[in-house]
Design a protein around this ligand. Structure first.
Ligand code: TPP
Ligand code: MG
Length: 328
């Protein structure tokens, strides 16, 4: 995908292919980042998104550039799907001045306001009130844009989740709350911290629609998110959309998932969203094996270019250290 281009730009005819391309880009980007991290080339830590690609791709395919997304500590997939440039994402992870936050945000604050993604919020649940605030701004200015809050199952147990959903419901804000339920908050299984079966069941407590979908099926995510986005644009208020999914890797660096049940793990890993979408596209006659190969090769070249761009970029100057920051 060309830099800074939202996949919505290639809709409507090629929506499926565009989503596939976004998913391949996220997977290859994350695999590359993982290996570079293990090699010691990247500073800090990483929270990778492999396995959850269908959520970011399916939701963001419904968005315009002017719509806004709020992300979490696991931000790469959201940024790529929303059209933040690969070069700027990679340079940010390397802490370089050409990064989307001038190298000062790093992996957990990835974002680019010009692409409709304020820097991600790594405080669990912290992005939800901001998404509602942005929704309020859209409503106040009578713009038919939407604000998306991506968050995890763990965040759904934070006070910020409950307060924000209530306020967004009462004020009918154009916000879609997208919970990526990957069954774990770090090493804690969702069943240990939640008594309802689905996060979306909680929507009824706030009087808004709640929908649970297979988050590994990009078409299901796309359709459900599309309905929620349409409703929000028309003034119908917020939706809680829960996408059930699974991390292919650990929570963050050095996590080997030893706490995960092996049967559960095998079942979910067999449902790789990339494999599923590829099968559907090929059997549906939407894409050929040759096109798949071409997409994969093009994406590989784009990522290699991004790594080179990042490695060759300078670090921020020392004089810049106190610029762009504020604290209370
Ligand atoms: C308020 C807060 N508490 C704890 C942490 C440490 N922490 C970072 S990620 C994480 C787990 C979050 O789980 P979930 O919301 O399910 O997101 P996932 O990592 O599964 O994507 C925790 C506890 C934090 N960043 N912020
Ligand atoms: Mg989780």
């Amino acid at each position: 995908m060309p830099e800074n281009k939202n996949i919505i730009d290639t809709l409507p005819g090629d929506a499926a292919k565009a989503m596939y391309r976004a998913m391949v880009t996220i997977r290859q980007f994350e695999d590359t980042v993982y290996y570079m991290f293990l090699e010691g080339k990247l500073p800090g830590t990483v929270h990778l998104y492999q396995g959850q690609e269908a959520v970011a791709a399916g939701v963001c395919a419904n968005l315009r550039k002017e719509d806004v997304i709020f992300s979490t500590h696991r931000a790469d997939g959201h940024a790529i799907a929303k059209g933040v440039s690969l070069n700027a994402c990679m340079a940010e992870l390397f802490g370089r001045v050409t990064g989307c936050c001038k190298g000062k945000g790093g992996a957990m604050h990835l974002g680019d306001i010009d692409a409709g993604m304020p820097p991600a919020v790594a405080i669990v649940g912290g992005g939800l009130p901001m998404a509602a605030g942005c929704g309020l701004a859209f409503k106040y200015r009578k713009q038919d844009n939407v604000s998306i809050a991506f968050f995890g199952d763990g965040a759904a147990n934070e006070g910020a989740f409950h307060e924000t959903l209530n306020m967004a419901a009462v004020w009918k804000l154009p916000v879609i709350f997208v919970c990526e339920n990957n069954l774990y908050g770090a090493s804690t299984h969702v069943s240990k911290v939640m008594k309802v079966e689905n996060v979306a069941d909680r929507a009824s407590a706030y009087g808004i629609p709640g929908v649970t979908v297979d988050g590994n099926n990009v078409f299901e995510v796309y359709r459900a998110a599309g309905e929620a986005v349409q409703r929000a644009r028309m003034g119908g208020g917020p939706t809680l959309l829960e996408c059930k999914t699974y991390r292919r890797g650990g929570h963050s660096r050095g996590d080997s998932n030893l706490y995960r049940d092996k049967k559960e793990e095998a079942e979910w890993l067999a449902k790789d969203p990339l494999v599923l979408v590829r099968e559907k596209l090929v059997t549906g006659g939407i894409i050929t094996e040759e096109e798949i190969k071409n997409i994969e090769e093009q994406v590989k070249a784009e990522i290699e270019k991004a790594v080179k761009f990042a490695e060759e970029s300078p670090f921020p100057a020392k004089e810049e250290i106190f610029k762009d920051f504020w604290a209370d």
